[in-house]
Design a protein around this ligand. Structure first.
Ligand code: CUA
Length: 157
């Protein structure tokens, strides 16, 4: 079968690009640890679901170096908005919204979530480097959207 030279060039280029993208996906997943956020739980408006508490935000130590955060998002703040942990800690965030759709992204980490009303978003991350990690709402949610932030303070051991 005869394939035109230019046609063959584009077919080859398409194939090469597919391979490049597959390698990049594999690298971001296996090496960088990028994970798609999944639905952790459904949240009934009247009751807490699983380890979640709809009435208050908190940080709880489960074991040395293991923390759990129950976070409430609403216009226009996160509760808790300041989380203090020692370096090397693994933190699991459970976040729900009290009103509309918000986002949750922690600077310089792989944590990036959508906070959808009626659902609990979950992400786990190990903070190995000491420092301050800003987290922000990255889904436009109204006039105070750009004020909606907080920080994780990772203290050196
Ligand atoms: Cu909450 Cu933007």
């Amino acid at each position: 079968m005869h394939i035109d030279r230019h046609e063959r060039m584009w077919i080859t280029l398409s194939g090469v690009l597919l391979i490049v993208f597959a390698v990049m996906l594999g690298f971001s997943s296996a090496v960088l640890g990028v994970r798609l956020p999944g639905l952790s739980d459904q949240l009934l408006p009247t009751a807490a679901a699983g380890p979640h508490d709809i009435n208050e935000g908190w940080v709880r130590q489960l074991a040395p170096g293991r923390y759990e955060v129950n976070m409430r998002a609403r216009v226009w703040n996160f509760n808790p908005s300041e989380i203090r942990i020692p370096a090397g800690s693994t933190v699991t965030f459970y976040i729900h919204s009290e009103d509309i759709i918000h986002g949750f992204k922690i600077q310089n980490t792989t944590v990036s979530l959508m906070i959808i009303p009626g659902q609990v978003a979950k992400a786990t991350y190990t903070f190995t480097e000491p420092g301050e990690y800003l987290f922000v709402c990255h889904e436009y949610c109204g006039a105070g959207h750009h004020f909606m932030s907080g920080r994780v303070i990772v203290e050196a051991l």
